[in-house]
Design a protein around this ligand. Structure first.
Ligand code: AHR
Length: 654
């Protein structure tokens, strides 16, 4: 030891080198409370990108159910056996309706004519499960029965039911299909038996087993993955989708509530965003609309955080703005949304919420003004929103944008201006290389403690380049995020919210990668990044406590990062340690400031020796947490930190 001390004194050894030669010791003082951890600390960013809503969490299996896509028959195909005589004509009832089109079928052969829907890259159907089929129809003339079938990829029947049609008025017809086999690429075939002319609209198929078994509901496996994260908040509906490529296709919440069939279908802005990942069949049915987002937030115990358009279209696209003097309708939308969420049932918008089935308020406390906006035009509009909202609802905290980058010209302009305006919460975005995350673990250590709070609203380590199609949700990225997040947690007095982005990606329908959760028509899995998020959120604790690595902040020395919290409810100390080095590190965690500790600690470890490894459908839990227990020696916990590992240690305070 004398040698090391003299080498240090002579300036030949850095502290890091010293640590490399001795065993690193983490010291936690559970009595030295730094700050409470907000309940909103770890949350979810939801956007309808990568088939996240339609084709994803919204469990509708029929694509273009109301013939409203730009090409009205996209997703549909006529079926014809033995030269059967039949035809389809798209009719339009006029612009006063949100969904004006319907399909007219003229059937002249008694059998052999029908239509087929391909679903979202096929339909995921499970053996033994029930599927609710429905359509709106009227008989213009003749006598027709529908034979509704599900077929597998080889066109073999796996479910069937019949629906006789009658009456000249529009009516809803329903039937149940029970599947005899599991199929990821099923299609829905509808055969017309008899002859006549039939009008049809809103042709729909939902699994009966949705989240909470709600008819017309959400995909249960995907919501379960979200619920398992125990998220503190749910940000919705995005993302750039809030802004639209142009104002005409911005997200307008009022058009997404009320009867599902009456919600106007519009193009999804990610449809043609990336030349290398065109998805011309990506539209928004808004079956998952604002009411459903609020309900989802409530279901999974997350604070709702709606983000509203602030009169600006996406600045990466058209950059259209609404003149400031014409912003009132946009501001009114924000005020009305608060009433929709929180208003009494006799208020105009509270009444609408109650009519939809939720008389109790949703207790909205947070709202975002604009998504990823920047420049003077944003500040001008933000001010008008903030003035009006704060005047009527001072208790609602507003999230304001700091633009698309965590530094640079746009950030440097907005940050002081919004701080000067005493903004509540600033939304920082960082899509950066893994090294950036490792180097930024102290980012918030010197932030103003009395200024606005920080929402790390969108972040994800990019293995190749921002939104490159070659990006991977590999372990290197997830590990760097875990290391960085020790810094978010340590600074929980400033950082009140954080969320990885984007959330979902359909394996055959994505535009942007990396993403937290991948799915296909039958399966879904969490990436290593998902498990990192989940381990933080499920181990949030209530208060940050003092944590050091040999008397220093543990933020990268010999590749180690750490932070500890206590949970005053469960009476536990929770220590998070990340080893980003390629070597195992024999270490010790000393827990002071407690009378007595349990004899053993529970440790959850996420690790892999291969930084390039990612989870896949074949190996969905390849990198997933493993549980261990370790005996304590009094207040000391000996731990061996595996190379490239993230561990969460929980010890009971007795
Ligand atoms: O998460 C994907 C996109 O990245 C979001 O829509 C946008 O806010 C950001 O540029």
């Amino acid at each position: 030891m004398k040698t090391i001390v003299s080498l240090l004194a002579a300036g030949c050894l850095s502290t890091g080198q010293l640590l490399a030669q001795t065993n690193p010791v983490f010291t936690v003082n559970a009595a030295q409370i730094k700050t409470p951890v907000q309940k909103t600390m770890w949350g979810i960013f939801f956007e309808d990108i990568n088939f996240g809503a339609d084709g994803g969490i919204y469990a509708e299996l029929v694509k273009n159910r109301s013939f409203e896509f730009a090409a009205p028959l996209m997703g549909w195909k006529e079926l014809r056996q033995n030269n059967a005589n039949g035809s389809i004509l798209i009719n339009n009832r006029g612009e006063q309706l949100n969904n004006p089109r319907f399909a007219r079928f003229t059937v002249r052969s008694a059998a052999g004519y029908g239509i087929s829907n391909e679903g979202f890259r096929g339909m995921g159907i499970k053996q033994g499960e029930g599927y609710d089929f429905s359509l709106q129809a009227r008989v213009v003339e003749g006598n027709v029965t529908l034979r509704v079938e599900l077929v597998n990829a080889a066109n073999e029947k796996i479910a069937s039911t019949s629906l006789p049609l009658s009456g000249k008025d529009w009516k809803k017809y329903t039937g149940t299909l029970t599947a005899s086999a599991t199929e990821a690429k099923a299609k829905l075939n509808i055969w017309f038996e008899g002859t006549g002319i039939i009008d049809a609209d809103i042709i729909s198929l939902f699994p009966q087993k949705t989240w909470k078994n709600r008819p017309g509901g959400l995909r249960a496996d995907l919501v379960q993955l979200l619920a398992d994260m125990k998220p503190g908040f749910l940000r919705f509906p995005g993302g750039c989708i809030v802004e639209g490529r142009e104002l005409a296709t911005r997200y307008q919440w009022k058009k997404t509530i009320g009867a599902v069939d009456d919600r106007e279908v519009i193009v999804n802005r990610w449809n043609t965003e990336f030349r290398h990942k065109l998805t011309p069949d990506y539209f928004q049915s808004f079956g998952l609309g604002f009411y459903e987002y609020f309900l989802l937030s409530e279901d999974i115990g997350a604070e709702p955080l709606p983000i509203l358009n602030c009169g600006m279209a996406c600045q990466f696209n058209s950059s259209e703005v609404v003149p400031a003097e014409e912003l009132d309708p946009y501001i009114q939308d924000a005020l009305d949304l608060i009433e929709f969420a929180n208003g009494t049932t006799d208020s105009k918008w509270g009444k609408v919420r109650a009519a939809m089935g939720h008389p109790a308020p949703f207790n909205l406390k947070l709202m975002g003004v604009g998504n990823e906006q920047w420049g003077e035009q944003y500040v001008e509009r933000y001010k008008l929103f903030a003035k009006a909202i704060k005047a009527k609802y001072p208790e609602v905290k507003l999230v304001s944008s700091l633009g698309p980058n965590p530094n640079g010209e746009l950030f440097d302009y907005l940050d002081p201006v919004l701080r000067g305006l005493k903004a509540d919460i600033l939304d920082e975005h960082y899509y950066r290389a893994p090294d950036w995350f490792l180097n930024q673990a102290k980012r918030y250590d010197n932030y103003d403690r009395n200024g606005p709070k920080i929402f790390a609203g969108e972040y994800a380590a990019q293995s190749k380049a921002i939104a490159s199609a070659e990006n991977s949700n590999n372990w290197q990225c997830a590990l760097s995020e875990a290391a960085f997040m020790t810094g978010l947690e340590r600074n929980a007095d400033v950082v009140h919210m954080a969320s990885y982005a984007p959330l979902f990606a359909h394996a055959e329908g994505w535009q942007w990668t990396p993403d937290l959760i991948w799915f296909n028509n039958l399966q879904s899995y969490g990436t290593p990044n998902y498990y990192v998020q989940k381990m933080y959120s499920a181990n949030r604790g209530t208060h940050v406590v003092s944590t050091t690595l040999n008397n220093e902040t543990a933020a990268g020395q010999i590749g180690l990062y750490a932070n500890a919290v206590i949970d005053t409810v469960s009476k536990e100390v929770i220590v998070k340690i990340v080893n980003t080095s390629a070597t195992p590190q024999t270490s010790e965690v000393v827990i002071n400031g407690v009378k007595k500790l349990d004899k053993s600690a529970a440790i959850e470890v996420l690790k892999s020796g291969d930084l390039q490894l990612a989870n896949t459908f074949a190996r969905p839990a390849g990198i997933s947490p493993q549980q261990q227990t370790i005996a304590l020696k009094g207040k000391k916990l000996p731990v061996t930190l595996a190379p490239y590992s993230f561990q969460v240690i929980r010890v009971k305070m007795l």
